[in-house]
Design a protein around this ligand. Structure first.
Ligand code: AGP
Length: 591
């Protein structure tokens, strides 16, 4: 939700910041802005919409900050875009987060005579710093004082004009990483923004305040103001730059990458899994939690743990977990599933669970992310950067890890590895022009319909939910996934002539129920589409069939890929923005 970048160093600062912001656009793409310090004069450039220029019309300088926005308070326009000037134009500030007490603070500042140019909560921080300057000698202490009065999860970055190359930033909730390179010092919401310049990073903790002065930096505890030690971590990923390669969108690139990423997620030895297996075994109950796609991955993982390892595993959406807190005990294990490792709803639940004394595990994609760092049992799925806002490869990787865990608990590690290899091989064969053409043909046929239903059961139950979410996110069509069992209890009322109904079918015990449910909707005129094992392609209940790389226990994961592709081709035929769909942001770091 909003991306922040800062740089002080030998290179042209606005180029570095612009480049970083482009990498962070997945965090928000309503509007963006960059500020530079040009010999004591701050210059700001702001724009609404995506970043589509190669250079900003700003002077060449050695320090700059930038921001890409996902609006929370105030409409999408240049005035509300960050960074925001102080009244005297002696500093500029950008923020990621929500100031929960902004109305209260704003009211008090107005009483003191401050005026506001924007509708943002951010400007309240700016004015509050101005107020704090009256009683503080340094800008750093003024920022610190103001920051300590903010409620909510906020991260801010400030560029000062009174000193050369002077940046102050404070983190709480929303991520901030410091990079130490030979050509300068970097700050960003995600290390990806500067990964091509340096791999030496400091993952800042909540309430860390960083002050960069030229080529030096110091870290303080924002609450006490006392200087802190820090740890430099070497990023062990191989990220240099991010590109779509031969593909027209990141989404299709990431979908195709799944043939490899499902294997990477399972690159854990039996020994590596021992700690989490032990924790799962000793837990009274295992809660698996996440939001959105990660929430559906949690459901699939809990399904594997219950049905393969016979573990008392329950998936709970992180934003609804509060209703389970009364029964959560310190003997329960909470496993968080997240791509970014920064989702506010999920972090909040982990904080509650920690307070209760529970152990925390995580299945995440981003090393050093908040959830990764706060977990006792840390498992990265190594899917590589996922840029498209709609998650694809990360979903299958998280599920594969959960499957490997469940199988390892019943001494079937080797079998799991071989099924995962089969899935990878199946996907390699599946990604070809013939399959794509078949899906494109269907996309063309249904693109004028508005309402769609997806039926699943057993291993395909969560797949129906994730499949529906995927298509909704990019095509903006109303897709609803549900368990086939639910059909007769109400949903069937919505089926009329030509309503597209997708039935996910695997070669398992649930196939009969899926066929019966499909017959029922067909009898009411539905345009029935089977998605799954080609063994069923001639079943008379289906009017169209999408065969998938269906594969025994991992059939659900092969099936979800068909919906990812349908989503992609449908959105493409509708001319929608694919990698950055409307209203969404990849990382939801606010509540
Ligand atoms: C997925 O397509 C969405 N972008 C969204 O549902 C996402 O999965 C959710 O916001 C959770 O994010 P996380 O995996 O980074 O925690």
């Amino acid at each position: 939700m909003c991306g922040i970048v800062g740089y002080v160093g030998k290179k042209n600062s606005s180029d570095i910041v612009l480049d970083g912001l482009k990498t962070l656009e997945y965090r928000g793409y309503d509007s963006w802005g960059i500020a530079v310090n040009d010999n004591g004069k701050l210059d700001v450039f702001k724009k609404v919409g995506e970043i589509n220029i190669k250079k900003v019309p700003l002077p060449k300088t050695s320090s700059a900050i930038g921001h890409t926005r996902w609006a929370t308070h105030g409409g999408v326009n240049e005035i509300n875009a960050h960074p925001h000037f102080s009244t005297r134009r002696d500093f500029v500030l950008a923020q990621n987060g929500i100031v929960e007490n902004y109305q209260d603070l704003k009211g008090k500042l107005i009483m003191k005579g401050y005026t506001f140019d924007t509708e943002t909560d951010t400007e309240v921080i700016v004015r509050l710093i101005e107020e704090k300057r009256k009683s503080n000698e340094t800008l750093k202490d003024s920022v610190r004082d103001a920051f300590n009065e903010l409620e909510g999860r906020n991260t801010v970055i400030v560029l000062d004009s009174s000193k050369e190359d002077h940046i102050i930033a404070v983190r709480n909730g929303s991520p901030l990483v410091l990079g130490i390179g030979k050509d300068g010092i970097f700050l960003a919401s995600d290390a990806l923004a500067f990964a091509k310049y340096t791999k030496d990073v400091v993952f800042l903790d909540n309430y860390d305040l960083v002050e960069i002065n030229g080529n030096e930096f110091k870290i303080y505890d924002a609450k006490s103001g006392i200087r802190k030690e820090y740890k430099v971590t070497k990023l062990n990923n191989k990220i240099k730059g991010i590109s779509k390669g031969k593909y027209s969108h990141f989404m299709i690139k990431e979908i195709v990458e799944q043939k490899d990423t499902v294997l990477k997620a399972a690159e854990y030895s039996e020994d590596d899994l021992k700690a989490i297996i032990e924790a799962v075994r000793n837990a009274n109950r295992v809660y698996i939690t996440g939001a959105g796609t990660a929430g559906f991955a949690s459901g699939q993982i809990a399904y594997y743990l219950r049905n393969i390892a016979k573990v008392d595993a329950l998936d709970v959406r992180s934003y609804d977990f509060e209703t389970f807190l009364p029964i959560l005990t310190k003997n329960d294990l909470v496993i968080a599933v997240s791509q970014s490792g920064e989702t506010a709803d999920t972090i909040e639940i982990l904080e509650f669970a920690k307070e209760k004394g529970c152990k925390i595990g995580c299945i995440v994609n981003v090393e050093g992310s908040t959830i990764h760092r706060m977990s006792d049992y840390k498992y990265l799925i190594h899917a590589g950067p996922e840029i498209c806002v709609a998650s694809t490869k990360v979903f299958t990787s998280q599920c594969v890890f959960g499957y490997l865990l469940a199988k390892s608990m019943v001494n079937e590690y080797k079998e799991a590895k071989s099924y995962i290899q089969d899935l990878s091989d199946g996907l390699s064969d599946y990604f070809n022009e013939k399959s794509f053409k078949h899906i494109k043909k269907l996309a063309k046929k249904i693109k004028d319909n508005e309402h769609f239903f997806i039926l699943g059961k057993g291993q395909n139950s969560y797949i129906s939910l994730e499949g529906a979410l995927k298509v909704k996110e990019i095509s903006y069509k109303h897709f609803e996934g549900f368990s086939a069992g639910e059909l007769k209890h109400g949903v069937i009322a919505l089926v009329e002539d030509d309503t597209p109904v997708f039935s996910i079918i695997s070669d398992d015990k649930d196939s009969k129920d899926i066929i019966s449910a499909t017959e029922e909707v067909k009898a009411r005129g539905a345009f029935t589409v089977g998605v799954g094992d080609s063994k069923f392609k001639n079943e008379s209940c289906f009017k169209y069939f999408l065969p998938t790389a269906s594969n025994k226990e991992l059939s659900g994961l092969a099936n979800v890929v068909a919906f990812q592709l349908l989503s992609y081709f449908l959105a493409d035929s509708l001319g929608n923005s694919i990698d950055k769909p409307r209203n969404l942001a990849k990382s939801v770091t606010v509540k």
